[in-house]
Design a protein around this ligand. Structure first.
Ligand SMILES: Cc1cc2nc3c(=O)[nH]c(=O)nc-3n(C[C@H](O)[C@H](O)[C@H](O)COP(=O)(O)O)c2cc1C
Length: 403
């Protein structure tokens, strides 16, 4: 942690007092801590306390004598922004993309990871509006530290407590030490990712498709961008916003995804195939709607091109990572697929629990063997996959393809 730079945002909740101790612990561990406080937070603990503990003046205004634009400068050259405690109101503002105070504006303008540690009354935490906002933030790639349960300042009992400063410190330490490579392991690398399902036309109003939500692929795009990569996301039809700073190209069918991918392969260092591409498409889609009264229909299907296999076989192929969804024999089926397609890394998930869910369970397969990852939010897993693939990618050029 020595030499790291953290922006610690404090919002107006009772637990603000715990952030004073967190500041002290971080400083003791060699971290530079820049405190930013909302107006409400200053009713709970004074900026003077945080100034004394961090050794730096606290930012409370959108404009100061020394810096006309602290909302921009705060999130630059920073390793992490952490909002602890994060009030229900601040979470709502963040979910809406508001920038009406220096802290929320700095969160919008940041160029680093953002974590929030919500702390509030248990009913406020369970309220569907708060849960909806938290879920939106997770979709945007913001890491949410789950609140602890126990006795609350209001006298009630339940989930909503800010974890103890020592626990927050342990999470931050793990974040920095869990990353075996430097903070931006994919800096300068061009990463191409496919995500979502494809739709294969039967007629103008009907398609063959699958239940992929695109969440895992979008999480991979977010994680690759966080790792410093220049990310292009080729997406089938999904209802997800593209992660910020990622170039998104929308496609519908397997054929259009194939063309979108192949035309970009010469300018790609790493290809990550997460899309659930249809294996088959109707041979002769009807140009007009097929009616119920029409004679019994026979749908003739033909196989689509295996995009990942095509990329892996291409001359000067990029480093290829595959994702596979299976319902049984995960490791055996995944490893067979990895070998067949000559992939250095393949992630297998359980199709029964992964599709559509925010959480996933992944098993990574590579030349070194089987690496199960514990069940967790897709973005958390995506970050682990990116760390793993970066370590393989940089290990040695001749390891980039399975013979
Ligand atoms: C005594 C007191 C304690 C509060 N504690 C919390 C809290 O723990 N969590 C929370 O979300 N809001 C809490 N609030 C409400 C927030 O202070 C209020 O929503 C405020 O507008 C938040 O502003 P901010 O998000 O800009 O800091 C508390 C209010 C008071 C008066």
């Amino acid at each position: 942690m020595q030499g790291k730079h953290i922006v610690l945002g404090i919002t107006g909740g009772i637990a603000a007092y715990k952030s004073a101790e967190l500041t002290r612990l971080l400083v003791k561990n060699g971290v530079t801590v820049q405190i930013v406080m909302t107006a409400s937070a200053q009713f709970f603990v004074t900026p003077l306390t945080f100034h004394a503990l961090s050794g730096l003046p606290v930012v409370t205004e959108t404009m100061t004598a020394n810096d006309a634009m602290p909302h921009i400068s705060l999130g630059r050259n920073t390793d992490l922004m952490l909002i602890a405690p994060a009030t229900a109101d601040f979470i709502a503002r963040l979910a809406q993309g508001r920038a009406d105070d220096v802290l929320s504006a700095a969160c919008l303008a940041r160029d680093c990871s953002l974590w929030i540690a919500p702390a509030m009354n248990r009913q406020m935490w369970q309220n569907p509006a708060t849960q909806r906002n938290v879920s939106l933030l997770q979709q945007d790639g913001i890491h949410v530290i789950a609140p602890a349960s126990g006795a609350q300042a209001c006298g009630e009992e339940g989930a909503g407590r800010l974890p103890e400063p020592e626990e927050l410190l342990a999470l931050i330490k793990a974040h920095f030490t869990d990353t075996p490579l430097s903070g931006k392991p994919l800096a300068g690398k061009r990463v191409l990712i496919t995500a979502g399902p494809t739709q294969e036309a039967i007629d103008p109003v009907r398609v063959i498709s699958n239940l992929s939500s695109g969440k895992m692929g979008y999480a991979m795009a977010q994680a690759a961008w966080e790792a410093g990569a220049e990310v292009t996301l080729i997406s089938g039809p999904v209802c997800l916003p593209a992660p910020a700073n990622v170039t998104r190209i929308d496609v519908i069918c397997a054929e259009s995804m194939l063309h979108a991918v192949m035309s970009r392969i010469p300018a790609t260092d790493i290809f990550i195939s997460v899309a659930a591409v249809a294996d088959y498409r109707p041979r002769h889609p009807s140009s007009t709607k097929i009616h119920k009264s029409d004679a019994t229909q026979q749908l003739e299907l033909v196989p689509t091109t295996d995009i990942l296999a095509q990329v892996a076989q291409a001359p000067h192929a990029p480093f290829c990572v595959g994702f596979a969804a299976e319902t049984e024999d995960f490791v055996a089926r995944g490893e067979a697929k990895r070998r067949r397609k000559h992939l250095p890394l393949l992630a297998v998930n359980d199709a029964k629990t992964a599709l559509g869910s925010d959480d996933n369970t992944l098993t990574l397969l590579d030349d070194d063997g089987v690496h199960p990852l514990p069940r967790g939010h897709k973005l958390v897993l995506a970050r682990q996959v990116v760390t793993h693939l970066a370590s393989l990618y940089f290990r040695s050029p001749d390891k980039r393809q399975v013979p």
